[in-house]
Design a protein around this ligand. Structure first.
Ligand SMILES: Nc1ncnc2c1ncn2[C@@H]1O[C@H](COP(=O)(O)OP(=O)(O)OP(=O)(O)O)[C@@H](O)[C@H]1O
Ligand code: SF4
Ligand SMILES: [Mg+2]
Length: 348
């Protein structure tokens, strides 16, 4: 069951975050002919100890958000405040100090671990960059502790990544993410490359570690079913924007945005009775190019409810007018002019 969200000050506040990648033409004289609007005005909070799930189809900007949070990219505009301080344009020592507290676990445990390094060197690598985190003489013991914490045999410290299964490799990636004792871990599709049976084990491990170390997670996935158990809150992204966001209950039980409803309708339902009642919403067409997003509501080219207003007026991410007087889980942020609850968007 999702825990109650923490009411303390957010540990991370993201405001109007934008990342446009320039599109250029010409070889010698590069001329900018446009921009890929990978992230185009994203705002959210992350509270201490909570998990925010970020979900959306391929190319909607999830990894770009992750890279911006990790300061691996500089935003075109907008702010990322960590404990109140804008960290989006830090450099040098100040950036290094913040980086210690914000770590990342990557999608593909097959390519994200250097095949020529032992797991001991991989997990201990962050200590090379932050030697103050562990004196040299203590590192081996620390790495063995980390192996134990993630459920691997500490005696396997001298093995190489290819000697481990996919799930075990992701445990190595998680151990590396924990090495500096961070407060926040950005998880960019950490289980997508794993078999479904192994996915659950890795997610359970991450939940246990979160409780043990008081971690806050941003957990990225392209499927709402993956983040269902781990998320306290969920943000649904489409073409560089968040289109609906709310608590676990608000998003899974009372989605009001057509895109979220379509994503939920595609999630496998284990209960046959519930399966019979639900209507599968098939989205037509492809995701438009982020270099040339549709006017007004970006989802309108695939939305079965689109009307003329949708092409003219960009719906804000706010509690829709229809629900502003309402109480309870239906009154949450949804960027749709015609937001409504839909019956039978069962999700098991
Ligand atoms: N360095 C870059 N230069 C130009 N375009 C980029 C760059 N990085 C990402 N993009 C583009 O930005 C958009 C968003 O990419 P991003 O990787 O953030 O999406 P994603 O949601 O993580 O997708 P996936 O689910 O496939 O991982 C895509 O259209 C991508 O091609
Ligand atoms: S604003 Fe219009 S096009 Fe966009 S999701 Fe709502 S109904 Fe569909
Ligand atoms: Mg990605």
């Amino acid at each position: 069951m999702p825990r109650q969200p923490d009411q303390r000050e957010p540990i991370l506040q993201v405001r109007d975050l934008v990342k446009h990648f320039p599109l250029t033409q010409g070889i010698l004289l590069k001329r900018q002919i446009g921009a890929v609007k990978a992230v185009d005005g994203v705002s959210f909070d992350l509270h201490p100890g909570e998990t925010l799930g970020i979900v959306g189809e391929s190319g909607c900007g999830k990894s770009t958000v992750a890279r911006l949070l990790m300061s691996l990219e500089t935003p075109t505009s907008g702010q990322i405040r960590y404990k109140g301080q804008d960290i989006s344009r830090l450099s040098g020592r100040a950036l290094k100090a913040v980086r210690r507290n914000i770590q990342m676990v990557f999608q593909d445990p097959y390519t994200s671990l250097n095949p020529r390094m032992t797991v001991g060197d991989i997990i201990g690598e962050p200590y090379e960059i932050h030697p103050e985190a562990a004196p040299r003489g203590e590192r081996r013991r620390k790495v063995q502790e980390l192996l134990d914490v993630v459920g691997l045999n500490p005696e396997h410290i001298n093995r190489y990544p290819h000697q481990f299964s996919g799930g075990q490799r992701q445990r190595i990636g998680i151990a590396r993410g924990l090495a500096l004792n961070p407060e926040i871990i950005i998880c960019d599709e950490p289980v997508s490359a794993l078999d479904v049976s192994v996915q659950a084990q890795v997610i359970n491990l991450m939940e246990r570690l979160q409780d043990e170390f008081g971690l806050s997670y941003v957990f990225i996935a392209h499927d709402l079913s993956v983040v269902r158990h781990i998320s306290d809150r969920v943000a649904v992204m489409y073409l560089g924007r968040i289109v609906e966001t709310g608590s676990h209950q608000e998003i899974y039980d009372h989605p009001t945005h057509p895109y979220t409803q379509a994503l939920l309708s595609a999630v496998p339902v284990p209960d046959p009775a519930a399966r019979e009642h639900r209507e599968r919403i098939i989205l037509r067409g492809d995701v438009p190019s982020p270099a040339d997003p549709p006017s007004g509501c970006r989802f309108r080219t695939r939305c079965w409810k689109a009307q003329r207003t949708c092409a003219e007026v960009d719906p804000p991410l706010a509690v829709p007018v229809a629900f502003q007087g309402a109480r309870g889980p239906v009154a949450h942020d949804s960027a749709c002019h015609f937001a409504e609850e839909k019956e039978h968007v069962a999700h098991g």
